[in-house]
Ligand binder design. Structure first.
Ligand code: ADP
Length: 443
């Protein structure tokens, strides 16, 4: 009969590619029981939609089954409970969303970048995986779903004093436009927040694997209300290469982080088109490869091409490349999984006298004096985002500069609240590591 240690050790070569560690040290193996040649345990993944699910299951079966003395391997699959942000949202709102496993927002800083189109295609791709998916359009000024799905003023039904979402291509879809009509509403902030809160609370979502919320563009109060009341698991930011202004992306990140919602990554929409004459792929706005990763530690979840008809979802695929959309959905599942494991893989930050020491999980450490750290602020106020020219005069930084607070931005970056009032710099862990390596003369 194998020992517990032997069983666990046999699975230590199975690596979770997103967490960069083996599944045993990630704590995925639970309730291990060994009874003669029968080995049973629970494999607890980060999210039920984990795309690595069957790979892990097969690898575990093979590894444990290959141990001498093992006759049967019995593996139960489960997933960590959602790590929902518990905001000050009305309690009935949270109650209403209790049957939903994962809630994500699709957001953009500007209008017209394809946010609604991306939200709908992401939901469709998840639906094609067999998941139960809801899709909510919260844009009161210009609801897009009636046009997107070509459903105008549908007949709405009630159940348990709640509105039943409209079933479209297997999704449960709800839009303020279904209820209020499509004319842009003339309303002020508090009324708008009220409507969005109501539509969230009063839709009968039932039990869902995912609710995808198409947010109104921008980063104001209405957006904050939705974020808090929906208890989001994460947010996807949509941008286009020409609108990919770092200032805007930074604003979006900071808004979500203020309320503890991790940004899962960015979808870069309308990046390229394929010439119908010669078949060549063109990138009319250039490519921003690696820029988001470098500046914010954020991953690009998908680069979507310009495809005519993509926003006509009266037919289920609307001419989209289904493989690209499936990869987008997979990247979102993986990012949700990583964010649920929280800070496990994050470096430690230790505050010293007038400096910080950062210790990375691989043992690398660096000490960065406050003044140098402030001078290296990468935000658009301090560095010109297009030319890279330094706008901050290091001589203007007080020698005794300090920070009152460090904010952890998901598991990819930190921001500092500096004593000179500056707060907009996002320092990704990679950027801090570069600074630390430069300080040690290693680069
Ligand atoms: P938003 O929700 O950001 O305002 P929409 O999803 O309504 O943006 O899209 C804005 C416009 O851009 C629509 O006319 C839509 O058809 C078009 N569009 C969006 N994404 C694409 C794409 N990848 N290819 C072609 N047209 C697109």
């Amino acid at each position: 009969m194998p020992s517990e240690q032997e069983v666990l050790d046999s699975m230590r070569q199975i690596i979770d590619p997103d967490l960069g560690r083996d599944i045993v040290s990630c704590g995925f193996i639970k309730d291990l029981k060994i009874d003669g040649g029968d080995v049973g345990f629970t494999l607890e993944l980060t999210t039920p939609a984990c795309p690595m699910k069957s790979h892990f299951l097969e690898s575990c079966k093979k590894a444990v089954g290959g141990l001498p003395g093992v006759d049967n391997v019995n593996i139960k699959m489960s997933a960590q409970p959602p790590r929902r942000y518990q905001g000050q949202g009305a309690p009935q709102v949270t109650e209403n969303l209790k049957g939903i496993e994962t809630v994500i927002a699709v957001s953009s800083c500007k209008g017209g970048v394809g946010k609604s189109t991306v939200a709908a295609h992401l939901a469709m791709a998840m639906g094609r995986e067999g998941l139960a998916v809801g899709l909510l359009d919260t844009d009161i000024y210009g609801p897009s779903f009636p046009t997107l799905f070509n459903i105008h003023r549908p007949q709405m039904f009630g159940h348990n004093k709640k509105i039943v979402p409209v079933e479209v291509h297997g999704l449960r879809v709800m839009s303020l436009g279904f209820v209020l009509g499509e004319a842009p509403a003339v309303m002020r902030g508090p009324m708008v927040s009220n409507y969005t809160a109501q539509i969230l609370a009063q839709t009968d979502w039932g039990s869902l694997d995912y609710l995808v919320i198409d947010m109104p563009p921008g980063t104001g109060d209405v957006q904050l209300t939705i974020v808090q009341q929906a208890a989001l698991d994460g947010a996807v930011i949509v941008s286009t290469p020409q609108a990919l202004s770092l200032v805007d992306v930074a604003k979006g990140i900071l808004m979500f982080e203020k309320v503890n919602v991790p940004v899962l990554g960015v979808v870069e929409n309308m990046c390229s088109f394929t010439c119908d004459g010669c078949g060549k792929v063109h990138y009319p706005f250039g490519r921003n490869e690696g820029m988001l990763q470098d500046r914010f530690g954020l991953q690009t979840l998908a680069e979507l091409p310009i495809v005519s008809g993509l926003s006509d979802l009266s037919s289920p695929d609307a001419g989209a490349d289904l493989e690209v959309m499936a990869r987008l959905a997979e990247n979102v599942h993986r990012a949700v999984g990583v964010s649920r494991t929280g800070k496990q893989q994050m470096p430690d930050v230790v505050e010293l006298e007038a400096a910080v020491k950062v210790v990375w999980p691989d043992g690398f450490e660096g000490v960065l004096p406050n003044k140098e750290l402030r001078a290296a602020c990468p935000c658009a106020v301090c560095v010109d985002e297009y030319s890279g020219e330094e706008l901050l005069d290091p001589a203007s930084i007080p020698d005794d500069i300090r920070f009152s607070k460090i904010n952890y931005l998901g598991n990819y970056a930190v921001s500092f609240e500096w004593s000179d009032g500056h707060t907009t710099g996002i320092y990704s862990w990679d950027y801090l590591r570069d600074l630390a390596q430069k300080a040690q003369g290693k680069v």
